[in-house]
Design a protein around this ligand. Sequence first.
Ligand code: MG
Length: 161
Amino acid sequence: MNIRIGHGYDSHRFEGPGPLILGSLDIPHEQGFSAHSDGDVVLHAVTDAVLGALAAGDIGEHFPDTDPANKGQSSDAFLRHAMNLAAMRGFRVGNLDVTILAEVPKLSPHKQPMAEAIAELLCVDVSHVSIKAKTNERMGFVGRREGIAVMASVLMMGDVN
Ligand code: MG
């Protein structure tokens, strides 16, 4: 079996009114994200992790923020595109592990529904998707509540070499 690991990171700045789009969910918050797409920083990190496992570049190469077609785009489409690439190359997801760094909003009630939404996009059972959330102990841009950062690791398994 061919095994690949991928890593993704993204950060977005809070700007304008909420809700926040995070992990494909609408999360009530007084602020949203400043972004060209829907600003789903979780799906952007996951998409980059999948692309990374495939050595297929990064999300900015596939969906440039200079392209008007990507304006307000649902980030589900970015992840679906990366998963289509994976399928074409004979790869499927083994498991995904995500860490969200956010001082606000409180994410614990949203972790399970987020795992379920992402599992569906990745075509795996929810038991293969881990969503972890933590504050940054009031340090740095996350600690100052300027935005949210996300790190994601994915294992991809291929049946061909
Ligand atoms: Mg992004």
